[in-house]
Ligand binder design. Sequence first.
Ligand code: ATP
Ligand code: MG
Length: 513
Amino acid sequence: MVNVKEIGKDLIKKINDVRPPADDRACGKIISSGDGIIHISGLHGVKYNELLEIRGGYRALALNLEHDSVGAVLFSGEDKVGCGDFVYSTGETAHMRVGEELLGRIVDPLGQPLDGLAELTSTETRPVEFPAPAIMDRGKVNTPLQTGILAIDSMIPIGRGQRELIIGDRQTGKTAIAVDTILNQKDENVICIYVSIGQKASSLAKIVNTLRTAGALEYTSIVCSTADDPVPMQYLAPYSGCALAEYFMYRGKDVLIVYDDLSKHAVAYRTMSLLLNRPAGREAYPGDVFYLHSRLLERAAKLSEEKGGGSITAIPIVETLAGDISAYIPTNVISITDGQIYLESELFNSGVRPAVNVGLSVSRVGGSAQRASIRNISGQLRVNLAQYRELAIFMQFGSDLDAETQKMLSRGAKMTDTLKQRQYLNYSVRDMLVLLTVSQSDLVDKIPEKKIVAFNEGLLDYIRANHASLYGEIDIDKKLSEELKNKILSVAEEYINCSVGIEQSAPAAASGA
Ligand code: ATP
Ligand code: MG
């Protein structure tokens, strides 16, 4: 006969012996997996953007929180993770490792080193997604961020805390401007972060090499996701870079962050969204692609003095197709940022490098941050260049030009040449003042047209070698006095007279008469 009492005792003992599972985190099961996307059922209480853990140490990011399942993207192990695998919630959203230690290092968007150097020991992290500083916490953009590029600093000045877009077709020198700007921060006490999104590893290697050789890596951190990284890594990269920038900004430092480039970021996000079955909108981007970039770029700010006065200057890069700046992503980012530097293939190919189209480029807040000396001397530059361009178009129709017009054309061409600048050749503010003073004076008529670039470089070397005290007299925060201008001009004239390479040319006016 079955002893009911015994069975009852047995059951009670068994129940008491049951131990809680080794892992008491919320757990679910993968019900579908493919293309790096997994759907999990039974996983409750997960947050948006939460990191999930799968057996074998693989990780995923929860992005679609649906009624009966969770959609997540895998960071790795696409071919190792399959249906039936258990997925655990970690309770934390994606975090980026932060700290001074990251300067000079190349890390992935989760803060893991990629440069093969020593392990990072910093345990401090910041959430990858973080609210932008409130209006009351912000200060006025009033300090210039010198790019060292004459065309930009004179006509499209950037202030610390500003967001200035670099936009242009492929191979128009977008990255070159960003890299030159980083190189120019060497003695400016600005920490730089270069975020590479979906670029070729070889292009990135070149940039790293340039920065290292120039000694710029000491104050630069590189957050990297290359073209063959899984899309969630590419998606996270700019936010991670921004989290690192915030770490420095909230400590009162000035930071420059370059996002190279946001077109590829939008494409990575589109890929993820389409795989997650989100509805597609214009150009197949999901509906929230504006928010994707606005929440990122809003985090760039100049903090008020009470908040430490730190700043993040953001330079996002966007690639256009056939110069179409009215496409979806370009218009979005143009409307989010405080101005854009528009680069043109035509200019680039005709030798005007940096290929900045001055007419279509603008800086909406940098003017108030521009150095008084530069602002004063470059006020007329934009108008003069525009007039020259109009005139140059007319010139195509007829060759019978009066002397005055010829002179204007010649001066315009020389001004355009003055704005040409080699890569990695950064001008200091004083260099710029000298070049702007000379190029807008009557002295340029003495320099042959094709020789302007060489003349400018030679002149600066000449001043450094023979008239070093002249630079000491220039106060970059004040308008140049007439006396100082005349001094600069007389040194330039002296250089023209003594330089061997530059043959004297007859003034354009005389030749035209
Ligand atoms: P991509 O679309 O491939 O990212 P990009 O627009 O970032 O290209 P860069 O890679 O910066 O363009 O530059 C393209 C080429 O032009 C490079 O070989 C670079 O060395 C050259 N270049 C850029 N700026 C200048 C310059 N000011 N003077 C001379 N060469 C330049
Ligand atoms: Mg580039």
